[in-house]
Design a protein around this ligand. Structure first.
Ligand code: AMP
Length: 283
């Protein structure tokens, strides 16, 4: 496995690998969720590259950039044992040369859900992902459904900028109580960690209603809020019943739907989602 830091080294190494080439972008502190993307890429591509980069432009000033968990040595050992071919660990200046004010921005889709609560976040995500796509020139790039809006927005970038590649969205990997794996889970106290299972319980309750024939957006939303309210340590920021393609909030009768939420436990903000019916971008 080659581990490189500069853009020039990356370009040289990339050309040595057999195609198709699969890319898994990450911010490091790897867990089984990340590794599920690596394994999917390994199964579908002749060579696999992983980027480890905590992207400063997707954090707002009041967010946890400085405290974001990092463990590069463990990440590299882990990727080596997964049979990854190339790892890029760029410095910030490598992706953001001083005085380079070029941004990639998706309108509409980024106004909802996470984008509404974290203004500017997706501009950082789409800019860095476009730079990673340009640098690696992958044939396939792998993302998690855990970050559903990110997956939808990146699909849009790849399509609109005509990247000759496929964006693959992989299922959310969960702990045994249903909590979606996340680097931020490591910051939960033991009480908060137990309480955090409520996100999945809330989503599952709404999914059970849907399976039993419930189709009213208001009723699904109310049930999720009720389950979240039963957990004293959970502070709900939002609960959404949205169109999985446009991400617009739905009212009345629904068919295909993205259920999503953001919930605080102390200062730690967790997100999760499930799809009821189908979404074109998970196909
Ligand atoms: P991050 O390091 O948090 O930026 O995540 C890198 C990639 O891993 C993103 O595409 C995430 O959606 C994906 N990911 C994170 N957590 C999970 C999970 N629990 N299951 C599946 N994919 C995940």
């Amino acid at each position: 496995m080659q581990v490189v830091t500069t853009f020039e080294e990356l370009c040289e190494s990339r050309n040595e690998f057999t195609v198709p080439f699969g890319l898994v972008p990450t911010m490091g502190f790897l867990h089984e969720g990340h590794l599920s993307l690596v394994r999917r890429a390994r199964g579908e591509c002749a060579s696999v590259g992983v980027s480890i980069f905590v992207n400063p432009t997707q954090f707002r000033p009041d967010e946890d950039l400085d405290d974001y968990p990092r463990n590069l040595d463990d990440d590299i050992a882990c990727l080596e044992s997964e049979g990854v071919d190339l790892v890029w660990v760029p410095a910030v200046e490598e992706l953001y040369p001083p005085g380079a004010p070029t941004w990639v921005e998706v309108e509409d889709l980024t106004q909802h859900l996470e984008g509404a609560r974290r203004p500017g976040h997706f501009r950082g995500v789409t800019t860095v992902v476009a730079k990673l796509f340009n640098a690696f020139q992958p044939h396939r790039a792998y993302f998690g459904q855990k970050d559903a809006q990110q997956a939808v927005v990146i699909h849009r970038v790849a399509e609109d900028l005509r990247y000759p590649m496929k964006v693959v969205v992989c299922p959310t990997v969960r702990e045994s109580d249903g909590l979606a794996m996340s680097s931020r889970n490591s910051y939960l106290s033991s009480e908060e960690r137990v309480a955090a299972g409520v996100l999945h319980r809330a989503l599952s309750s709404a999914a059970d209603d849907y399976d039993a024939g419930e189709r009213q957006a208001e009723s699904l939303r109310a049930h999720m809020l009720e389950v979240l309210a039963s957990e004293p340590l959970a502070r709900t920021q939002y609960v959404s019943v949205a169109d999985p393609e446009t991400l617009e909030e739905l009212n009345g009768k629904i068919t295909n739907t993205l259920l999503s939420m953001a919930v605080f436990f102390g200062d730690i903000r967790l997100i999760d989602n499930i799809i009821l019916g189908r979404a074109s971008w998970t196909a």
